[in-house]
Design a protein around this ligand. Structure first.
Ligand code: ASP
Length: 337
């Protein structure tokens, strides 16, 4: 019989209605969970439960909670076959991405899940998300950080919240699902990471100065100068298409060059849901390529921001961070052939 640990951080799955809208309530979720008949079935793994304090709407999750979750997993790593992290959906893809980098040497399942409708409300999607995540965590086939939601198991650092209200709320536009749960849970074994043989090592994430700038037609880069040249450690540019930036504005190249010269790591991602960045494919991406920006390839913004934070926290020199940002570390990136 396998044994899993459930780490409950908050999120809609355990929320109750209040006069200000849904909010988590201490002690409530475990009682709700105990009423779920499936959890008494013989197929279910044994489970223990930790409730974080305070419980959070995931909108309020920061690197401090990532560190706490990672250390809880580390502390109990030897005692359990897998872990389920119950988390709000709004920033779940960020937390799953962050943990995928922070948990070096991971060789057990860490499954993030939650729900769009609270467990205490009618038609909650929390039942399947919870039960199936527990089965996946107990089964031990997956040896990485993944996110289960609406019938699909996705790689954590490939997932993004794609819908504010649909019950299939997450998608993984650049990597196939790791498993799908229909009548059976079918694993896509060829797509799973193998898991490391190394001992688990947690890298704490510090409070880094990282910015994200989404481009839009007509953008005037001068408006953003105080931010771009404020000594940020990293800037993620959500560019158009394959890495394109308007070249009507002469303010852009010197701004970016100055940022790079000052040691800021500039990463070009795409604001498209799917596909990859190819700097130099167009004249409009050549300024970024010439200046020495990092090509974010097909990484999600969530993976890019958290990978930057992880590499900065490791204290690597800028040149190494630049190279590692373009290297696949945990299955978060595919370089085009
Ligand atoms: N605001 C909620 C949260 O992220 C939404 C959810 O869980 O679905 O905690």
């Amino acid at each position: 019989m396998s044994k899993i640990l459930i780490i409950y951080t908050g999120g809609t799955i355990g929320m109750v209605p209040t006069e200000n809208g849904f909010a988590p309530k201490e002690g409530f979720f475990l009682d709700e969970m105990k009423k779920v008949p499936d959890l008494k079935m013989p197929e279910m793994p044994d489970w223990d439960f930790i409730e974080c304090e305070p419980l959070l709407d995931s909108t309020n999750i920061t690197h401090n909670e990532w560190n706490r979750i990672a250390h809880m997993i580390e502390e109990h790593y030897a005692d359990y076959d897998g872990f389920v992290v119950l988390h709000g959906t709004d920033t779940m893809a960020y937390s799953a991405s962050a943990l995928s980098f922070m948990l070096e040497g991971l060789a057990k399942p860490v499954i993030f899940t939650g729900s769009q409708i609270p467990l205490c409300e009618m038609r909650s999607d929390g039942y399947d998300n919870l039960i199936t995540s527990m089965l996946i965590a107990g089964r031990g086939v997956v040896k990485e950080v993944a996110l289960y939601f609406g019938g699909y198991l996705l790689r954590g650092n490939r997932a993004t919240k794609a819908s504010a209200d649909k019950l299939i709320a997450f998608s993984s536009p650049n990597y196939p699902e790791l498993a799908s749960a229909g009548i059976d849970i079918v694993y896509n074994r060829k797509r799973l990471l193998e898991g490391d043989d190394l001992p688990l090592n947690v890298v704490d994430i510090g409070p880094h100065k990282i910015g994200v700038l989404k481009l839009f037609p007509g953008i005037k880069f001068g408006v953003f100068e105080p931010i771009l040249n404020s000594g940020l450690e990293g800037i993620v540019l959500e560019t158009f298409g394959t890495g394109n930036v308007p070249n009507y504005d002469p303010a852009f190249p010197p701004l970016i060059k100055k940022a790079l010269k000052g040691g800021t790591i500039v990463v070009a991602c795409t604001q498209c849901m799917q596909g990859t960045v190819r700097l130099n494919a167009y004249e409009t991406s050549s300024a970024l390529a010439k200046a020495g920006a990092v090509c974010g390839y097909d990484m999600t913004t969530e993976a890019t921001v958290t990978k930057l934070a992880y590499l900065l926290s490791k204290g690597y020199p800028v040149k190494d961070i630049h190279d590692l940002m373009e290297t696949d570390l945990r299955g978060e990136l595919t370089r085009p052939e």
